[in-house]
Design a protein around this ligand. Structure first.
Ligand SMILES: Nc1nc2c(ncn2[C@@H]2O[C@H](COP(=O)(O)OP(=O)(O)OP(=O)(O)O)[C@@H](O)[C@H]2O)c(=O)[nH]1
Length: 319
């Protein structure tokens, strides 16, 4: 756990987002630089731009869409690097806008149960802490449930977070029954009038049948108390894993009825384009993005802002 979780950020979200995505936009720039030098974007140049977009993790489908738009665009003057970048940003925005869906909490029933899944190290626990912090700021009552009973360290880590953010937590022992912890959590929330229960789960993708059994058991137990629960099943993905994140969406999607995604570690990675590939390929809501280790570093994203940050459009012109 980082010691700086509650540290106040030194600059605005926008600045941190643009700064954090500099490696991603830099990689794209590096691949694009020198390509747009001709009066016309001919097929050979378009092929190279398409390849540059694929290398930058945006995915073949996005790259093809951008190529198509570029090939149809009638540029008033000779296409400049900047004009091409703006078209890339527009296309990225059109892909991201439909999936930029904040995680809304319904008024009823209480508690709303959010199941958080993802492989170890994806940033799951930190994301739970950040989400809890954000909901507290919005005046919701929040409780955590330590449903990752596979590792004592995971339980301890969540307990630490709960203490630091000042929210109650339901936890059992290592090797305990995750479903019964979730059951106790819902009952306690109902008794106390708590609005949201955020449940950590074990991210054992290596053993799909165990994971499926465990999630099925959690669902069954939850269903006894509230047929609509869990109201959200959020998959946390680490952007730095690039293409691997896409296979995680596919696999978890099959076993866990994922309702939305959170993508973490977009700061400092050259692979931020993967967010666009995920949006294009799966169309699942992307509720929030993580751009650092403090509690101020998780927010719903703005499709335009993110598109500009990835395309490397200078921040100055937007001020
Ligand atoms: N730079 C950066 N680091 C992050 C972000 N989110 C999480 N981390 C760090 O990533 C590491 C792993 O995060 P955890 O929250 O412990 O991940 P987890 O998925 O719960 O993993 P386990 O604890 O192994 O189950 C920690 O050092 C976090 O501080 C982010 O958005 N940006």
């Amino acid at each position: 756990m980082t010691e700086d979780f509650d540290q106040q950020p030194k600059s605005s979200w926008r600045n941190r987002l643009f700064g954090g995505l500099q490696k991603t936009s830099g990689k794209l720039s590096e691949n694009l630089t020198g390509l747009v030098t001709k009066a016309k974007l001919d097929d050979a140049i378009l092929d190279q731009i398409e390849e540059a977009l694929i290398i930058s993790d945006l995915g073949p489908a996005t790259a093809a869409q951008i190529r198509e738009t570029l090939s149809k665009t009638r540029f008033e003057k000779n296409p400049t690097d900047d004009a091409v970048r703006h078209i890339i940003a527009d296309e990225i925005e059109s892909i991201l806008a439909p999936v930029a869906v904040p995680l809304e909490i319904d008024a009823f029933p209480r508690p709303q149960v959010i199941l958080v899944i993802g492989v170890n190290g994806s940033g799951k626990t930190t994301t739970i802490a950040k989400l809890a912090h954000n909901y507290i700021e919005e005046d919701y009552g929040v409780m955590l449930a330590a449903g990752d009973t596979f590792r004592a360290a995971a339980i301890g880590q969540l307990q630490n977070w709960a203490e630091r953010i000042g929210v109650p937590i339901i936890a059992g022992k290592e090797g305990g029954d995750a479903a019964s912890i979730v059951y106790d959590g819902v009952k306690k929330c109902t008794q106390d009038g708590t609005d949201i229960l955020i449940v950590d789960t074990a991210g054992r993708l290596q053993n799909k049948s165990e994971l499926m059994d465990e999630l099925a058991k959690i669902r069954k137990v939850l269903g006894r108390l509230n047929p609509a629960a869990p109201h959200n099943v959020i998959l946390v993905l680490d952007a730095t894993t690039g293409q691997n994140a896409l296979s995680q969406i596919e696999i978890f999607g099959k076993v866990a009825n994922v309702t939305g995604l959170v993508m973490t570690k977009l700061d400092g990675t050259a692979r931020g384009g993967i967010l666009v590939a995920a949006a294009k390929q799966f169309g699942l809501p992307i509720h929030a993005i993580g751009i650092g280790e403090t509690m101020h570093d998780l927010k719903p994203f703005n499709a335009r802002e993110l598109a500009e940050a990835i395309a490397g459009i200078s921040d100055i012109e937007n001020d």
